[in-house]
Design a protein around this ligand. Structure first.
Ligand SMILES: *[C@@H]1O[C@H](CO)[C@@H](O)[C@H](O)[C@H]1NC(C)=O
Ligand SMILES: *[C@@H]1O[C@H](CO)[C@@H](O)[C@H](O)[C@H]1NC(C)=O
Length: 127
């Protein structure tokens, strides 16, 4: 019994991030303007709710095509109240090697969660 329980807990631990827990992480996001032609992932994407990954989220292309739910959680610069109380789901379509931000969102996506005048905000994101 004890062994099974241990095994169960172990499996639970490994699968935890995928199934049981909302594996959210914090980071920063800026935005880029149209035309949204970036596409290093080489997949056709429709719509304009897309994002390009900074080095930390690119993972050598493993995050290509992944969809992240992104929420603005605070200001980085002096923009007052940059966040809107909604989340947006974006698809990773490209790598942004020069970006210091975790993600750079399309302007359309950024505008859903934050005031574009802020330019860059703190975000919480999860898959
Ligand atoms: C992200 O930051 C917010 C506010 O500072 C905090 O409440 C939250 O727990 C953080 N989330 C993670 C995953 O670190
Ligand atoms: C991202 O990684 C590339 C290649 O390793 C490096 O040249 C670049 O300076 C990094 N970008 C940032 C913002 O650190």
């Amino acid at each position: 019994m004890g062994t099974y329980l241990k095994l169960f807990v172990m499996v639970l631990g490994m699968a935890g991030c995928l199934v049981f827990v909302d594996c959210a992480a914090n980071g920063t996001a800026s935005f880029f303007r149209p035309p949204y032609t970036r596409n290093a992932c080489g997949r056709k994407h429709t719509g304009t709710l897309i994002a390009v990954a900074g080095n930390s989220t690119w993972e050598k292309g493993r995050t290509c095509g992944r969809k992240y739910s992104v929420q603005c959680i605070g200001a980085i610069n002096h923009a007052p109240h940059p966040c809107k109380p909604v989340k947006v789901v974006v698809e990773i379509v490209d790598h942004c090697p020069h970006c210091h931000e975790t993600l750079s969102l399309s302007e359309d996506a950024f505008a859903k969660i934050a005031n574009v005048d802020a330019g860059i905000v703190k975000i919480e994101y999860s898959e």
